[in-house]
Design a protein around this ligand. Structure first.
Ligand SMILES: Nc1ncnc2c1ncn2[C@@H]1O[C@H](COP(=O)(O)OP(=O)(O)OP(=O)(O)O)[C@@H](O)[C@H]1O
Ligand SMILES: [Mg+2]
Length: 414
């Protein structure tokens, strides 16, 4: 009895320490918007700094506003976006890229990031890709992330920017889609992040219990169609986004199945080591069974299913062997780029940043390491966007073909 009471005391003390540590982290490291010094801004906007300063002045933005604090020149991402909007069409950036406007026949790409194996880089891949697509593409894709994992790791990368309590995915899935104000409520619940064209439906510690919320709802009849709850939410917001990424927990419960059911494509990250590969292969052997159930729920099929090798150590023979083996057996399904193990990625993630939350000037470590990590991530973005653009192109082609068939049918009749 005495030992049990002592154990309880120890656990309570540890729990208090853990909560304080989390609070402290949030206090010391509030999430700030990405900032750009002059070389960063020149590189990002692809024009000389005089042009940037000219349009900044026209907009009433002063890059030297913080010079009294020792910061000679700085723009934040909101200001950089405003300047980008007004740059003339003759500038290199505007000549090279036009804002993307998704056509009505091109569907929102909803990408689920899943593997039942824990710690394979699901969350980091998800937030890196989502942030990268939002920030690095001047097409200004409208991106959202949904955190289906009650551990809420992804949400910590984009915490509340005004300190307000945000509506979480756990709360949204409990609302009956038949409710009158359902659509308005869902739309209002999507939260801002430090990046203007990246939004989030977060999870919090309250969602740790997400599986029991589902179980309870199914048992007491308050949650009908329990595998379509996330799909229902996405249907409401899909018009506002081009790409939605869903991070999932390392399990195959209601949360992950909902994500699979809502998705149009799948990315399965796996670590470049024997344990991850073995566990992932076991998981893959029963995915067809799960998908058959989704077909019965009306799923229309995925546009792509791809594997992303993560934590890849370039100079390791075992990493290379695993990569070759996967290439042999998953031929064509493995992204050709691997997410390399990087000190820069780790250092950024210590402060809950993806590498796209920082410009080179903001990174405190070795700049070459940062540059290499970014080049690697850029290549992953290219691989993924190639898939997405292919899907959109195909949808447009199919639409055009349908239109042609339809008009030739009509002309035959007339
Ligand atoms: N490319 C990388 N370079 C360095 N560290 C990495 C890289 N990718 C992932 N990590 C580290 O690996 C750990 C696990 O990553 P992450 O949290 O993304 O995995 P996960 O699959 O989401 O885990 P869980 O199953 O618990 O949700 C983290 O500490 C992360 O910082
Ligand atoms: Mg995770």
């Amino acid at each position: 009895m005495r030992k049990q009471i002592e154990t309880l005391k120890v656990l309570e003390e540890i729990s208090r320490g853990a909560s304080e540590l989390l609070d402290q982290r949030e206090k010391i490291r509030p999430k700030l918007p990405r900032t750009f010094d002059r070389p960063d801004a020149v590189e990002y906007l692809k024009c000389d700094y005089r042009t940037i300063e000219k349009y900044a002045a026209e907009l009433g933005i002063n890059p030297k506003a913080y010079s009294e604090n020792g910061i000679r020149w700085m723009l934040d991402i909101n200001q950089i976006y405003k300047i980008r909007d007004v740059l003339p069409e003759t500038t290199l950036l505007k000549k090279k890229t036009k804002p993307f406007k998704r056509q009505s026949d091109q569907k929102t790409q909803v990408i689920v990031v899943q593997n039942q194996k824990g710690g394979v880089g699901k969350t980091l891949s998800c937030i890196t890709v989502a942030t990268g697509i939002a920030v690095e593409y001047h097409e200004v894709y409208r991106v959202a992330v949904i955190d289906m994992d009650g551990q809420s790791t992804l949400s910590a990368y984009q915490p509340s920017i005004n300190g307000d309590d945000r509506t979480t995915i756990g709360e949204l899935i409990q609302i009956n889609p038949e409710t009158l104000s359902y659509k308005d409520f869902i739309r209002d619940s999507v939260s801002d992040t430090t990046i203007p064209n990246l939004k989030i439906i977060p999870a919090t510690q309250r969602d740790r219990d997400i599986e029991s919320i589902f179980h309870e709802g199914v048992f007491n009849g308050s949650i009908q169609s329990p595998y379509s709850r996330v799909k229902n939410v996405i249907e409401v917001i899909s018009g506002d986004f081009d790409i939605i990424l869903i991070d999932t927990p390392p399990s195959l419960g209601y949360a992950s199945i909902n994500a699979y059911n809502a998705a149009t494509s799948v990315i399965i990250p796996l670590g470049a080591n024997q344990n991850d590969t073995d566990a992932t292969c076991q998981y893959l052997s029963y995915l067809p069974k799960i998908y058959k159930n989704l077909i019965s729920q009306g799923h229309e099929g995925y546009d792509f299913v791809k594997f992303l090798l993560t934590n890849y150590e370039e100079n390791s023979v075992s990493s290379l062997e695993i990569r070759e083996e996967l290439n042999e057996y998953f031929n064509g399904y493995l992204f050709s780029t691997t997410f390399k193990k990087s000190e820069a990625v780790k250092l950024c993630s210590l402060e809950k940043n993806s590498i796209y939350d920082l410009s080179k000037s903001m990174y405190s470590g070795h700049k070459t390491t940062f540059k290499n990590a970014k080049l690697n991530a850029d290549q992953i973005l290219i691989d993924i966007m190639l898939q997405v653009r292919n899907v959109w192109d195909k949808e447009t082609d199919e639409y055009e073909q349908e239109k042609t068939c339809y008009s030739s049918d009509i002309s035959k009749k007339t």
